[in-house]
Design a binder for this molecule. Sequence first.
Ligand code: FMN
Length: 361
Amino acid sequence: MQVTFDNRVTRLLGVDTPILNAPMGGVVTAPFVAAMAEAGAMGMIPASMVRDRDQVRAVRQLTQRPIGANIHARIADKVEVDDLVEDGVRFVTTSLGPVPNAVARMQQAGIRVFHVVTSLDSARRAFEAGVDGLVVEGAEGAALRGVEEIPLMVLLPLVASRIDLPVIAAGGIADGAAMAAAFALGAEGVLMGTRMLASAEAAIHDNYKRAVVSAAATDTVVIDRHHKAPVRVLHTETTARYLEPTAGSAFKELVPSMRRLYENGDMEASFASMGMVAGHIDEVLPVEEILRRTVTEFAEVIARLAAEHRVTRLRASVRRLEQGVECGDDVGDLSSGGVVGLDIDEAHDPVVVDDEDAGSG
Ligand SMILES: Cc1cc2nc3c(=O)[nH]c(=O)nc-3n(C[C@H](O)[C@H](O)[C@H](O)COP(=O)(O)O)c2cc1C
């Protein structure tokens, strides 16, 4: 089963598949980004790599396909936009702060900018600041969270229904079923963090990858709430110390020892960012295989749902009648939502019935 995507996210980003890796510093390296891009998805360069131009160029050596970069909002105004463009970056996400002034400069240079938001208010502000789209992050996801801590299932439809911008959903997405759910709630793309930690290309110690695979959904905690910088991490003896309001800042105290965790696999040396979705990640897989399985399952899920639920294609005239507007006779098209070219096998052929056939026209 195959699916061809054609929506605002694929068009703006120039990719075939609207899936992004989380821009994870110390985890994502040039081969990782290239693996994403070569598979037709959007490979995201983490903010820490953007600081070193040679690392961005190293990605370009490995792939000519579209690539993107994450920039932390507070340093965005210092970023050399011309260097980014010269190194082939045409898509940027800005995160961890309000929309930076640099957005207009990046857009003038031909870069599409999506801002990461964690509430309806921050989405509204980003819209008013003129960004091209939003990454909507739910509280179940890994690493730094918004102080509002709103789960994706609530936040995504809220933002998508009120703000007219393309949305990429993040938080709790590790497979095609979750991607289909995100699309049902208004997303046109998804971003995966925790799923990509358990990938062959992730540049972290096997102990960290094994911890993702063996974690239950209940094995993560949110630390540093008392510093208004909530971080979702694996629950360990070390991270438990930062649950109490009396505790210091895990960010300040444990980031310096992060290398011992990433490189030596000492899971108590620092905090291991991890989302709740680790609870249903069972295997370390190559990036390409994660993408292939996700897209295949996405196609199967939407085909199965269409087959199981008799879908009546209401004529636009009937809809207008219901709304008390004068009749026309054009026919509503269920395929106009942006996912086109779904090749389904006969067993899953969705039942789509024109209202005349259903006896209601
Ligand atoms: C190790 C790690 C580092 C991350 N670093 C960043 C970052 O620098 N900037 C950012 O915008 N998001 C960062 N994220 C958060 C992700 O972008 C994303 O919101 C989250 O992983 C999505 O939820 P999921 O983990 O359930 O897929 C990071 C995530 C992880 C796991």
